[in-house]
Ligand binder design. Structure first.
Ligand SMILES: *Cc1c(COP(=O)(O)O)cnc(C)c1O
Length: 708
């Protein structure tokens, strides 16, 4: 329908299964580097495979970080992108601290650390070398990220890359090529000075930046189809093998982490891995690769002492496999106890709580995607705190599975997403005061523009603002009339970057003939306008029209995006068994509240506020700690609304109060104080009895509901 603008390529940048899975293989290679599986078979095999080819493992990890963390930043240096870098540095620092503590006894035992060390020596260890042989990785990520970010911020991408290559070359001559460097006097003096600062040059200064920046470069090129990727990979690995072989055979390598062919081989490896579609999938690959990396020295130590009485275990290959098995076991144990810890952290309900089921959210996302045309992507509508679900959690979770565009109603909602690290595009559907133009720019947001006066005021702010133009195709709420003259004026405004055009359907939720007629007319008006604009050579950017019902009732449309709200949350606006049968959505939210009191009421007594309900027999009733201030509509009182406890329905009785409501416990008389009651098992039914739609019901949930 529309041509894509320069900003509209959000086609990739999502998670890759290949990258995810290769982490485990890379971690296995690291374990091999520390256990020499082939040393007992042939020294050449050991040198060429373990000490040379397997060296791609750590650069691979760096490139993954470069791809996901530095990549988005090098594309656009706005707010959320640099935030992601800080976040990665912080996470790595925490992990580093944790691992240092874990290995502290061992570091002292091996003499790597001691109480008599001067501060300068400690700094050297913690900033560059790590207190145990494999721990250099963490400070190298941190230092590498700081350095690369600085380079990318101050200079062009190519210049940053050149600097990183030069740094790598300096490191190289202090690593496996040191025997050459040491022959030149001046150079030797230089390296001896460096080796005062750190033991090895494969560190955050010389080694990491290049791989981080190469990762970022592949992110920038993520939609490029590379030719002959496998052949290039094989050839570069061959070069690497030959280089490693020659160096080990004919020179005395000081250390063997860095090779000339290593960056090239790592680059082509990453390209191949990114599109790798493994048949067998290792669950929780990220956690296990981290576990393997962190814990394998512990297994080596256990084996060293444990295997003493069993000489046959001294075989390198056996040791390698045993190390893997033990480490996987340790990791499983660690993950289990962590998840137990997390589970015990789930606080019991204090009063009333909303709980989110993210797997349901992902399922709904998949189901809705199946309804969309191939070229249409989903824009997640997360206004009103994601319809009461929590905009930040919902957006993060959707971003993780590939959603790259979010819609909110207000500037504050948009800023909240940015401040919590949401990186996708954020479109504000409602009005933002032109006074806030600076904020729109600062947080890299997209504003909807729906009238000439508004566009003029925004333009006067002389700030480049990204906008989508809203057209009134017949709903008559917001938008420009579909008239070319007015639009031409707007499109010529200097400071506004027009990146998209959209409209909204007024009656897409009904298939009644009149509703259909109205909708089809709206679609026609929109399409006609788009083709008129295209005829005039106006690049209107990306297009979107449908919301949830528009997607399922008008599946033939194929704009760039569809703005989906309510269906993502797994509910229909109104109950509709047929549609539910077709879509099979699963509710994301469930609400539970405590039964805080029970009592028996004598026949003839009035119950609750007012005189609406009088007990006609002796009744056992309960008080549930949720009320209209929490979002249970008051007009649902005495309409046959039922709550649930396990298999039992608990009919609501009396008028819903602000903080409580009453239920009839006659049918389940052993239910006692403190039980958790399911409040909204079928959101559509609750909405129906409250004479509203689920959209309203959910978005009005009160703020004092606990989350969990
Ligand atoms: C709220 C809203 C949506 C989402 O509608 P759902 O019916 O929840 O999918 C889409 N577009 C606009 C303009 C909206 O205001």
């Amino acid at each position: 329908m529309a041509t894509k603008t320069k900003h509209a390529d959000h086609s990739q940048g999502n998670r890759s299964l290949g990258i995810d899975q290769f982490r485990v293989l890379a971690a296995v290679m690291v374990v091999a580097i520390h256990t020499f599986p082939f040393a007992g078979i042939s020294e050449t095999l050991n040198q060429v495979v373990t000490l040379t080819l397997f060296r791609v493992a750590v650069p691979f990890f760096f490139m993954v970080t470069g791809y996901y963390v530095l990549g988005p930043y090098s594309e656009r240096k706005n707010y959320p992108k640099s935030w992601r870098i800080y976040q990665a540095i912080l996470e790595t620092a925490k992990m580093y601290l944790f691992v240092c503590l874990l290995y502290l006894p061992l570091s002292f035992y091996t003499g790597a650390l001691s109480f008599s060390m001067p501060v300068s020596e400690l700094l050297k260890i913690f900033i560059f070398d790590g207190p145990l042989y494999h721990l250099w990785y963490f400070p190298a990520v941190i230092l590498g990220l700081i350095l690369s970010r600085y380079l990318l911020k101050k200079f062009t991408f190519s210049f940053a890359l050149v600097v990183a290559i030069l740094l790598y070359l300096i490191g190289l001559a202090g690593d496996s090529y040191y025997s050459f460097a040491a022959q030149l006097h001046g150079l030797k003096a230089f390296y001896l000075m460096l080796f005062h600062l750190f033991d090895y040059t494969r560190n955050g200064l010389f080694f990491t930046p290049l791989f981080l920046i190469l990762g970022a470069q592949l992110y920038l090129k993520r939609s490029v189809q590379f030719s002959y990727p496998v052949a290039k990979l094989v050839v570069s690995l061959l070069f690497l093998a030959v280089e490693g072989f020659l160096l080990h055979r004919f020179t005395k390598v000081r250390h063997d982490s860095m090779y000339l062919a290593l960056p090239v081989a790592s680059y082509y490896l990453f390209i191949w891995v990114k599109s790798w579609q493994p048949k067998l999938v290792f669950p929780r690959a990220k956690e296990y690769s981290l576990g393997l990396y962190i814990l394998h020295p512990l297994s080596i130590l256990l084996l060293y002492y444990g295997a003493k009485p069993f000489p046959f275990l001294k075989n390198n290959l056996v040791q390698f496999f045993l190390t893997l098995v033990i480490t996987v076991g340790l990791t499983t144990m660690a993950l289990k106890s962590l998840s137990k810890l997390n589970r015990s952290k789930i606080a019991p309900i204090q009063r009333a709580k909303k709980q989110l089921d993210f797997s349901a959210l992902h399922l709904n996302y998949q189901k809705i995607k199946q309804q969309l045309s191939n070229r249409t992507k989903l824009m997640a509508v997360v206004k009103a705190d994601a319809y009461g679900h929590g905009a930040v959690e919902i957006s993060r979770s959707l971003e993780y599975v590939g959603v790259d565009f979010f819609a909110v109603a207000t500037l504050a909602e948009a800023i909240q997403l940015r401040k919590n690290g949401i990186q996708g595009e954020v479109l504000i559907l409602g009005y933002t005061s032109p006074e806030e133009a600076g904020k729109l720019k600062q947080y890299d947001l997209i504003q909807s523009v729906f009238s000439l006066e508004y566009a003029t005021k925004l333009n006067r702010k002389k700030t480049a603002i990204r906008c989508h133009i809203k057209i009134d195709t017949g709903m008559h709420r917001l938008g420009f009339p579909p008239s070319i003259q007015e639009l031409q004026t707007v499109y010529s405004m200097k400071y506004i970057e027009w990146e998209g055009i959209y409209s909204h359907l007024g009656s897409a939720d009904s298939l009644e003939p009149v509703a259909k007629e109205r909708t089809e007319q709206q679609i026609n008006v929109f399409d006609r306008l788009l083709s008129e604009l295209a005829d005039l050579g106006i690049d209107y950017g990306i297009t979107h029209l449908q919301s949830s019902y528009g997607v399922v009732y008008y599946p033939g449309l194929s704009y760039d995006y569809a703005r989906v709200g309510i269906f993502l949350y797994g509910v229909l606006s109104q109950s509709d068994p047929q549609l539910q049968e077709k879509l099979q959505l699963k509710p994301v939210l469930s609400i539970k509240a405590l039964l805080v009191s029970t009592r028996v009421v004598a026949s003839g007594q009035y119950i609750g506020y007012g005189l609406a309900v009088k007990a006609t027999r002796e009744m056992r009733i309960g008080t549930v700690a949720i009320g209209y201030a929490d979002g249970i509509p008051r007009n649902i009182s005495n309409t046959g609304y039922v709550l649930r406890y396990k298999d039992f329905e608990l009919p609501q009785i009396g008028n819903v109060c602000m903080d409580m409501l009453l239920v009839d416990l006659t049918k389940i008389d052993d239910l006692s104080f403190g039980e958790e009651i399911e409040v909204m098992e079928h959101c559509e039914l609750v909405a129906e009895k409250g004479k509203t739609i689920t959209n309203e019901l959910l978005s009005r949930l009160g703020t004092r509901l606990e989350r969990g």
